[in-house]
Design a binder for this molecule. Structure first.
Ligand code: SAM
Ligand code: SF4
Length: 468
């Protein structure tokens, strides 16, 4: 290809960029949208300046995430206008949860947008792109009858390899829980699980292309109930057991789980399935029963602690992480102190904490006793400090221990490679590039601010998960 944007046969090269905001499920959707763009003849752009088709895959979970999109759109409008003056066309698409929540309102706020498409509709991008008319924006946010996953093109081997040795696979979408603060049930719809056979076929394809580590995704992934063999319905534990038997799959993870959907089978899988990482992301949100009730979480602190104890009995070395919201309406100093007490009791390996953000249309946004920003900021800082202390303590306890690391990329220094421990930390070792895509045993010799430092002990074979 020549660098004037023309291919050798002088056909203009069109490039697409899908920019992902928010959660891991958006990362997966963005990859699938990139697959759609590739099928439509677009090459992958490396930055917005390079792209003829720009897709922003947006997040609506907190106000800041949502507002960020409009400032991004403002910049792209400028770029689009400049190019239009030079006779070059740019197509601007807003996808994801802001698209679903705000629909046509986006076209009013930012007329440079050509297409607004919801998270359940992006398989229709080819029709939307072909049907688009200059200056007339279109919106597709109806929940469709057809299954999006059946319509999407499979990822090409080349694209899979370019994305690395770890891959996400969405197995479940939507949520029926209606926590009072959360927009997900409105933006992603009700809980739907993909059939077992289709998920396994996708994992096989990824493994054949060299993916070694798979993270099964869902807004409530442990509520997974896919169509299994015959009339049987398969739970997440069945899916994990079947996926672990696929040659090349060295490690499995899943996220995000709701405490009420943690079945005995799934807990046992942590004991019995060697390829399942000893890591569980199990959000609790608050350590106060009063606040958990106001959040409509439908579990209390005792339920959570009992669950943690059961999981730890099944897999004593499991690393736990959680999500917390501080400053939920009506949260008192005593409620917040209860959150800190819960964190001290559980001892998390890592966690996420957020300031409560009132979201339009959710019940919590209507509660009078909203907490002021300064109090939220103060509580967030205190919680962060405690979680960070626990994260570093967890990492320090690994020094001197041996862990299996799946290597994903070269390190910044020559001769160094970087992988991931079973507990999700990055691990840097001196090692050969041929280890990328493989799992090896590493002795942890030190810790850095955000990663572990290790020494290679033994190389494991790619078939390791078969015998675990
Ligand atoms: N389904 C998961 C669960 O049950 O916890 C979480 C999904 S949500 C996309 C990820 C996290 O965002 C939540 O666990 C919560 O901590 C946070 N979150 C959701 N709504 C929020 C809000 N209105 N303000 C602040 N944080 C919020
Ligand atoms: Fe949101 Fe609650 Fe559903 Fe998680 S369980 S996605 S926090 S409504």
């Amino acid at each position: 290809m020549k660098n004037n944007g023309l291919a050798d046969d002088a056909k203009p090269v069109r490039r697409a960029l899908v920019k992902s905001f928010g959660c891991q499920m958006n990362v997966y959707d963005s990859q699938r949208m990139a697959d759609v763009a590739s099928q439509e003849g677009y090459e992958q752009a490396t930055n917005i300046e390079d792209a003829d088709l720009i897709v922003l895959n947006t997040c609506h979970i907190r106000e800041r995430a949502s507002e960020k999109i409009y400032s991004e759109l403002g910049k792209i409008r400028q770029l689009k206008d400049d190019r239009a003056r030079e006779g070059r066309e740019t197509t601007l698409v807003v996808a994801g949860c802001v698209a679903q929540a705000e629909g046509a309102e986006i076209l009013h706020r930012q007329p440079a947008v050509d297409i607004v498409v919801g998270p359940q509709n992006y398989h229709r991008l080819p029709q939307l792109l072909r049907g688009r008319r200059r200056g007339v924006g279109s919106v597709d946010t109806e929940f469709p009858l057809e299954d999006k996953f059946d319509q999407l093109p499979a990822s090409a081997n080349e694209a899979i390899r370019a994305r690395g040795v770890s891959a996400f696979v969405t197995v479940q979408e939507g949520c029926d829980k209606f926590c009072s603060f959360c927009v997900v049930p409105y933006t992603r719809g009700g809980e739907v699980s993909r059939p077992l056979a289709k998920v396994l076929a996708e994992i096989e394809r990824l493994a054949r292309a060299g993916v070694a580590e798979i993270t099964l995704l869902g807004q409530n992934v442990n509520a997974y109930h896919g169509r299994g063999e015959g009339e049987r319905s398969a739970g997440l534990a069945d899916l994990i057991a079947a996926a672990a038997r696929i040659p090349g799959v060295l490690r499995l993870r899943y996220a995000t789980s709701h405490p009420n959907d943690m079945s005995d089978d799934l807990i046992r899988a942590h004991r019995d399935v060697g390829a399942l990482a000893p890591y569980l992301h199990l959000p609790i949100q608050s350590g106060s029963d009063r606040i958990l009730a106001a959040m409509n979480r439908r579990h209390n602190v005792r339920d959570y602690l009992d669950l943690v104890a059961r999981v730890r009995r099944a897999r004593p070395d499991i690393a736990l992480s959680s999500d917390f919201i501080v400053g939920f309406p009506g949260e008192s100093d005593a409620d917040f102190a209860a959150t800190l007490a819960l964190v001290r009791e559980v001892e998390f390996a890592s966690s996420y904490a957020f300031k409560y953000s009132a979201r339009p249309g959710t019940p919590a946004a209507e509660i009078d006793r909203q907490i002021d920003e300064a109090t939220k900021a103060e509580r967030l800082a205190a919680l962060f400090a405690l979680l960070e202390e626990q994260r570093l303590a967890f990492n320090r306890r690994l020094v001197g221990r041996r862990v299996d690391v799946v290597f994903g990329k070269p390190g910044r220094r020559a001769g160094q490679i970087v992988g991931r421990s079973p507990y999700m930390q990055s691990v840097h070792v001196e090692g050969d590039l041929s280890l990328i895509g493989a799992m090896a045993t590493v002795e942890i010799v030190g810790i850095g601010p955000n990663s572990l430092i290790g020494r290679l002990v033994a190389r494991a074979s790619r078939e390791m998960s078969l015998i675990a």
